[in-house]
Design a protein around this ligand. Structure first.
Ligand SMILES: [Fe+2]
Length: 197
């Protein structure tokens, strides 16, 4: 049987690089999407050649790899997921089954916002803050370090915010809490609701 090497590709954004401003500037997007994500994908494609990972889909690499291949694969996956969560005209609050689950788990949508932004702000060094569901559809806020992804612990990510300095230093310098609060405004809850189903 002929095996096919997978060359991982940059995701197509469903918005323009300047369309998330003023919360996330075009300059940040040019570096974050155009350089940081592109580098992770380029590194991954180079690192997997000649290994058992060269024919695996990205998610499978994230679940199975370690070291540099894991770091670049997970950073690629995390960024693709993050950029796909944002929108120029987002649905600003969740409704339906997700809205009900948030109220049950966190008391209110505002309480989820406060807790998730606090968890992201408190991460020491680089990482991500996630809203996840478990196999019983229970929600949780999960802070992770470096490239780590809650998929590796059996959780399903519903949304993430990037807590690496490269995500906000152009626009917010060292003001991480403000940067996360701004990015929160760009989360499209229509997309998060679809992931919760
Ligand atoms: Fe990033």
């Amino acid at each position: 049987m002929q095996s096919t090497i997978i060359t991982h590709q940059m995701p197509t954004l469903h918005y323009g690089l300047g369309d998330l401003a003023p919360q996330i500037s075009e300059e940040t997007m040019r570096y974050h999407y155009g350089k940081h994500l592109a580098t992770y994908i380029d590194n991954l494609n180079a690192l997997i050649l000649g290994t058992k990972f060269e024919m695996m889909p990205l998610e499978e690499i994230v679940r199975r790899a370690e070291g540099a291949i894991f770091n670049n694969a997970a950073q690629a996956w995390n960024h693709i997921f993050y950029f796909a969560t944002l929108a120029p005209n987002p649905k600003s609050t969740p409704t339906g089954v997700l809205g009900g689950a948030i109220n049950r788990e966190f008391g209110s949508f505002e309480s989820l916002r406060t807790l998730l932004l606090q968890a992201g702000t408190a991460i020491f060094g680089s990482g991500w803050v996630w809203l996840c569901k478990d196999k019983h559809s229970r929600l949780s806020i999960v802070p992770t370090q470096g490239a780590d992804n809650p998929m590796c612990d059996g959780l399903t990510p519903l949304l993430t915010l990037d807590v690496w300095e490269h995500a906000y230093y152009i626009d917010f310098r060292n003001r991480r809490a403000e940067a996360l609060a701004a990015a929160w405004e760009r989360i499209d809850w229509r997309i998060v609701e679809e992931r919760f189903r």
